[in-house]
Design a protein around this ligand. Structure first.
Ligand code: HSE
Length: 307
């Protein structure tokens, strides 16, 4: 096999109470990439469609993760990468993670899978860090493994796959404004009150238990963010109105997707997810801000081969 086409999915990180460690995978949107072996050694980004991104591998998220893996693998060939970008950079649904995971997943397949998914994610962390100026894997892990994932530690990288109920649906609204992850991180406090930390780890632990046991009432009572949302929600116009509308329409919870501006909700069943979609749409339709909105099942497969 000399060429592979892959689908690299969008993801939701943080999931309210799991800042920097929890995430889940979407199936409604994702990038496509073609990776090709070449006789000429090195990493070459030969095509980028969809958005204006750098072709120099050292300046491109997919390129940096590819270069990191390339140095470790020392293969007897090079690779060309074509990126068909569907996830808007700065949208808060793991655009950089999809690129970072895509290149290393594709190269690994073409080399006969010398690395496991955790090792591939470790290479991709270097690409993700180019975009967010900080190493974290809460978008990378669900893109690579699918479903919900918990990044237990970065060094050594340890990723836990968390089960989730089959009838859990996400509704995501993406207001067309850009928030840079690095800037959304810069506004966060360096220290937090112990009482907020206690609330957060209680909710986080109970959310993990609720996902394991398909306990929707517990999912609902756990989806709160005492630490990050109060700061970042100020960057997202109409966040409070959208959240209230989603909860009134029956969502189990609503919060900022990654570093925003996208807002995610989780619902039990497709009918509620559709009601939530309509309620969120109604709020933003009254504003001058353009938006996309979509409903997704939890994508339990993650990144996949198209051909
Ligand atoms: N956990 C990260 C953050 C996700 O919220 O900053 C965005 O890359």
């Amino acid at each position: 096999m000399n060429e592979i086409k892959i689908f690299s999915p969008a993801t939701v990180a943080n999931v309210s109470c799991g800042f920097d460690v929890l995430g889940f995978c979407l199936d409604s949107v994702g990038d496509e990439m073609i990776i090709r072996k070449t006789d000429k050694k090195g990493i070459y980004i030969t095509k980028i469609k969809g958005f204006d991104l750098p072709f120099e591998p050292e300046l491109n998220v997919a390129g940096v993760s590819a270069l990191t893996m390339y140095k470790a693998a020392k293969p007897n060939c090079g690779f060309e990468i074509e990126i068909y970008k569907k996830i808007k950079p700065g949208s808060g649904i793991g655009s950089s993670a999809a690129s970072a995971v895509g290149s290393v997943f594709g190269m690994n397949e073409l080399l006969g899978k010398p690395f496991n998914k955790t090792e591939l994610t470790a290479f991709a962390i270097k690409g993700e860090a180019l975009a967010s100026k900080c190493e974290h894997a809460d978008n990378l892990a669900p893109a690579m493994f699918g479903g919900f994932t918990l990044v237990k530690s970065l060094s050594p990288l340890q990723i836990l796959e968390i089960p989730s109920p089959d009838d859990l649906y996400a509704t995501i609204i993406h207001p067309q404004i850009e928030i840079k992850t690095s800037e959304a991180r810069a506004i966060l406090p360096k220290n937090i009150p112990l009482s907020d930390a206690i609330t957060q780890w209680a909710n986080f632990g109970s959310l993990i238990h609720a996902l394991h046991t398909s306990n929707f009432a517990l999912i609902e009572s756990s989806l709160h963010d005492a630490i990050v949302e109060p700061y970042r929600s100020q960057l997202i116009p109409y966040f409070i109105e959208v959240k209230q509308a989603a909860l009134q329409a029956g969502a189990l919870g609503a919060g900022i997707s990654g570093s925003g501006p996208s807002i995610f909700t989780l619902s039990k069943g497709i009918e509620t997810a559709i009601n939530v979609e309509q309620a969120m749409r109604k709020v933003y339709s009254k504003t001058a801000i353009n938006f996309d909105i979509h409903i997704s099942k939890i994508n339990k497969q993650g990144i996949k081969i198209l051909s």
